[in-house]
Design a protein around this ligand. Sequence first.
Ligand code: ADP
Ligand code: MG
Length: 391
Amino acid sequence: MSTEAIARELFTALTGREPDGVWSAPGRVNLIGEHTDYNEGFVLPFAIPHRTVAAVGIREDDRVRVTSTFAEEPVEVALTELGELFPTPTGAAPAVPEWAAYPLGVAWAMQEAGATGVGADVAIASDVPVGAGLSSSAAIEGATASALNDLWAAGLDRTALARIGRRAENEAVGAPTGIMDQMATMIGGVDTAIFLDCRSLEAQQVPLAVAEAGLAILVIDTRVKHAHSTGGYRERRDACERGAAIMGASSLRDVSVDDLPRAAELMDDVTFRRVRHVVTENQRVLDTVAVLRADGPRAIGDLLVASHTSMRDDFEISVAELDTAVEAALSAGALGARMTGGGFGGAAIALIEADATEAVSAAVNDAFAAAEFEAPLLFTVTPAAGARRDA
Ligand code: ADP
Ligand code: MG
């Protein structure tokens, strides 16, 4: 059954009627640019074919009721009560089951942005792997925000909806993430990567016609669950802030590769390596955009590998499973490979010849078996459409 059919069935089971519409938003893969978003730098994600679907119907009253294939039971709140639930105090758990803080947080953030309307029933289904670094969180936010924007005739543009998704994730769920995922899910497109300046939020579409070049992007989900709430993510953010302050900059965006020798003199080794990752990663995003435009996807492999090395050695956010995935893919002939997402688990990507998908997948599986890791989940993706109304 399609994800849309599952969402429709869930809606009907909840309400006894058909939804007024169906909206969906994709997960995303970050091609390059990791931990640069909260440093006001550059990222280059693309939307993937896996999507989260929201089947939604408006109600006569002012209550919002959400359910998901994940949920044990629906959660229902009056629109006027959302302001009492959110923002969630720092460090506390949301006042609703965590999954429900995503869609209800979106409804709250929409109201905070001045949009409102009648109540709604929202039924959610998804084929985006959860907690794999493919941003199932932005997908649920994007699908819900798109639906409410249309049903409430709020007229918010895609960037505004991305900000609303981020606000829900930061303040309702309590996950201190940047804007990249929400922008990718809102403005991604077929055969397109999103070159995003996380300072200005200016986004450019960059051609990424992978299949046309005879290539594929293999996602290797290690099934090692990452969690933004654990200390590692926070520690990296703090190190970046510290490094920027030492350099007299408001953010690492304003530190360039040429500044690194001076940074090395001013900082302790750990802070310096955190800074070096972010500064060189920003440059690698710029280089990748230039190479994609000039020579196409076949030419970006070395940049992907350099990004992985920097995350492994300087930022220290990789894990053994991710390194194994990258090394095995490269040994089996991948043009490039790197971990993607926040790190400490999640997925890696490999840029491969399309006709080598089976061979590379087998090599990765063998390497995982040899290391006695749980078998990874392997699938290929191509850049796909962003959030939209489906019906
Ligand atoms: P990622 O975005 O990498 O998948 P996150 O931890 O950021 O990982 O987000 C995953 C969380 O988002 C889930 O634990 C759940 O709370 C929520 N979520 C994602 N998809 C759904 C869904 N289809 N239904 C309900 N909750 C979802
Ligand atoms: Mg997420």
